[in-house]
Design a protein around this ligand. Structure first.
Ligand code: TXA
Ligand code: MG
Length: 349
């Protein structure tokens, strides 16, 4: 397949190009596009065949459901059976934006899109290119992150092209995304709202809006025997090609421990890397040291994490150590992604 690659400025959207992209989706094709969280790999959510193509292009297991992206509340009522009161409140506060809600699906959503589930995940993104594309496509775009299954989600088009060139009809390059981590997912189909995937919209922000929410414990504990409630969370994910280990403990001891390990690996000729912070970056003796930002600036760390993991791949780094981050606020999402990327290899000092 020949993939058309189009550059687009979010502040100056080319209406003809969006129409062309919308027509590809209407005709059952695939278009990768930017959102405020990460790039998405889009197909018509109401077309079973398109969803099949998404799974094939990503190499994704077909029991892992897709998120349906909409641009207005009217579209929501068409694809879900009922809209609980909390959903209106959450939509008012966080849509358009990085929050995905799970509802009971209506009949027009094919099981191919929901991975066989009777529920559907819905998000209204705020990125203007994404919104224009949703309108142009007829209103419903199913889109997982635009990476090959298992790889870090792309935050710039370069990595979408690396993974999907030749596998999709079009890639819209809208520059670097804002947030850099996928949306928070909240399930509204149970007795109590439950977070299935932490993200930029934190537990605290959700609770301020709708009162107490639960959090799927399996996504925090990691080595829990129970399967997580979002099917996608059970797969090894975001993994760099190198072997990644997280080191937890008091800052100076972490630096000393990592440097000790680095010495051993470098002596053996392995290429080494460290995910550090601005406070510590100069202290490491690795082949490649990358700071994710100031330790206090969680938004910045979230923004950089996936790019750093991809860059280590570009540099063929084999052994990677990462500092640990606080598991609260946005830090909860950062640690969730980092733990998955490390396959839960953590050393506590
Ligand atoms: O920010 C985002 O959410 C990005 C952008 C492109 O919008 N999309 C994204 O999609 O991260 P994906 O496919 O990489 O992750 C979707 C997650 C998976 O873990 C999947 O299992 C879960 O959502 N999910 C989707 N539908 C679900 C459902 N009905 N019940 C439970 N989990 C669901
Ligand atoms: Mg993904």
């Amino acid at each position: 397949m020949n993939t058309k690659i189009l550059k687009m400025d979010e502040e100056n959207i080319d209406a003809d190009a969006i129409r062309e992209a919308g027509n590809i989706l209407r005709n059952g094709g695939l278009v990768a596009f930017p959102t405020e969280t990460v790039y998405g790999l889009g197909g018509d959510a109401l077309n079973a065949e398109s969803s099949g193509k998404i799974y094939a292009a990503k190499g994704r297991p077909s029991d892992n459901p897709l998120i349906v992206h909409i641009a207005g509340m009217e579209e929501l009522s068409k694809i879900v059976r009922k809209i609980p009161e909390e959903a209106y409140l959450l939509a008012e506060h966080f849509w358009p934006g990085p929050l995905t809600m799970i509802f009971e699906k209506s009949d027009c959503v094919p099981l191919e899109t929901t991975g066989g589930l009777e529920t559907v995940a819905v998000r209204m993104p705020s990125n203007k290119i994404a919104r224009a594309l949703i309108h142009a496509s007829g209103g419903y775009i199913a889109a997982p992150s635009a990476n090959l299954s298992g790889r870090p989600s792309p935050t710039v088009a370069k990595y979408v092209i690396e993974d999907l060139d030749g596998r999709v009809d079009m890639i819209i390059d809208g520059g670097e995304v804002n947030i850099g981590l996928e949306s928070t997912i909240i399930d509204l189909t149970g007795d109590k709202p439950m977070i299935l995937r932490p993200g930029y919209i934190t537990e605290e922000m959700l609770e301020e809006t709708i009162g107490s929410v639960e959090i799927d414990q399996t996504i925090i504990e990691g080595n829990s025997k129970q399967a997580p409630k979002a099917p996608g969370m059970k797969y090894r994910h975001y993994a760099p090609k190198g072997n990644l280990t997280i080191i937890e403990g008091e800052a100076d001891r972490v630096v000393d421990y990592i440097n000790e390990q680095l010495r051993i690996y470098r002596k053996n000729g392995s290429k080494t890397g460290v995910i550090a912070t601005d406070e510590t970056a100069t202290k490491y003796q690795a082949d490649s040291v990358k700071s994710a930002g100031k330790r206090k600036d969680e938004d910045q760390i979230a923004h950089q994490l996936f790019r750093i993991l991809r860059e280590f791949d570009d540099e063929s780094v084999e052994i990677i150590y990462a500092e640990s981050f606080e598991g609260r606020g946005v830090g909860q999402a950062i640690m969730n992604r980092l733990l998955k990327a490390a396959g839960h290899q953590v050393i506590k000092l």
